[in-house]
Design a protein around this ligand. Structure first.
Ligand code: ACO
Length: 308
């Protein structure tokens, strides 16, 4: 059996491709692209909420938020490790991010204006992330699929903490309820954009579905997210900012209004409200950490010398 046939058979039988297996160059490239973008999103995603750690309203909220932001760092690290199994170099991936040659999720280019944003990010952004990532636990590349299992468990805790925070605020004062409504209004549409462009405009979906890297299209997952979220909004007592949102008994799904795709394009191309700040911060953190990396490398070299 040729290498190509062996690869096709693994995909066909729903088994996993492992790092030492032969794979088409395009598959390797796509996997590195998606895993790197995902890793970058986790790391950049620490910033919007991290900004609230010093201003959390209680010790309990601060401890929860700290744990959550640390989880995101852990997710980034698993994912960079998964990318390294494909031959990528983590330092190189970070450079590509900082130089704008690799993407990260559009959602992290919006500001967090009040503490309600922390709750709404947990509920909507992490909720969308779970919808997108649970099927990735069955992605065809073994190290990515396995990393995703742990990540999804932690994301599920993140989503619940966000929802619980919002429930608490909704039981609070009118000013707190107003903060929640305002945050939901600002984050709803960007959360729908997280799933990527509509299927008709998604250049990578067909090939990624054929290789079983992606298990559902962007629009399928977006619809699943809307269907899951509308009853949660009702239970919370907030109105989602879409007058066209209504149950369609024939389709057995919620219909929703038109998404402003020009906004997603703008944000992805670097012109969102916080893109410059997010990248500047990441660059600074990378520069600040350079001495640690140099010291670790010098230490490792010394130990190798001693052993030799
Ligand atoms: N933000 C930034 N870029 C995006 C987004 C988005 N929300 N959606 C799509 N894009 C980019 C794609 O990366 C692609 O660009 P590229 O070809 O230069 O890499 C382009 O827009 C076209 O999109 P698609 O053809 O639909 O791309 P793809 O098949 O990769 O699907 C998706 C995009 C759904 C995001 C997919 O890559 C994926 O599932 N990734 C893993 C999950 C992930 O990265 N989540 C990060 C946010 S969640 C979190 O960190 C909490």
């Amino acid at each position: 059996m040729s290498e190509e046939q062996a690869f096709a058979e693994v995909i066909d039988k729903d088994q996993r491709i492992e790092p030492r297996d032969w794979m088409p160059d395009g598959y390797r490239k796509t996997m590195i692209r998606q895993i790197a973008q995902h890793a970058h999103s986790e790391i950049i995603g620490m910033q919007p909420e991290g900004a609230w750690i010093t201003r959390a309203p209680s010790l309990r909220r601060k401890a929860i938020l700290l744990a959550k932001v640390q989880d995101e760092a852990g997710h980034g690290l698993y994912l960079y490790s998964a990318a390294e199994t494909l031959g990528a170099d983590r330092g190189d991936l970070t450079r590509r991010l900082i130089e704008g040659r690799q993407k990260y999720s559009s959602i992290f280019n919006y500001p967090t204006l009040t503490f309600a944003d922390v709750g709404v990010i947990g509920w909507l952004v992490d909720g969308a992330a779970i919808c997108n990532q649970v099927p990735l636990c069955r992605s065809s590349y073994g190290p990515y699929a396995r990393a995703m299992i742990r990540i999804c468990k932690e994301e599920s805790f993140h989503q619940r903490q966000g929802y619980e925070l919002l429930m608490t605020m909704m039981r609070g004062t009118e000013a707190q309820r107003e903060m929640v409504r305002d945050a939901v209004d600002r984050w709803w549409w960007p959360s729908l954009m997280m799933f990527g462009p509509p299927d008709a405009d998604s250049p990578n979906t067909a090939q990624s579905m054929a290789w079983k890297i992606k298990r559902h299209t962007n629009d399928e997952l977006r619809q699943r997210f809307v269907d899951m979220t509308v009853p949660q909004a009702e239970a919370l007592g907030v109105t989602l900012p879409d007058p066209d949102l209504r149950w369609n008994a024939e389709r057995e799904h919620y219909d929703f209004g038109a998404i402003d795709w020009s906004e997603l394009k703008r944000v992805i191309s670097g012109d969102g409200p916080m893109n410059a700040e997010r990248i500047a911060r990441r660059r600074q953190a990378d520069e600040d950490g350079a001495w640690v990396r140099e010291a670790a490398a010098a230490h490792a070299a010394k130990r190798t010398e001693v052993r030799a």
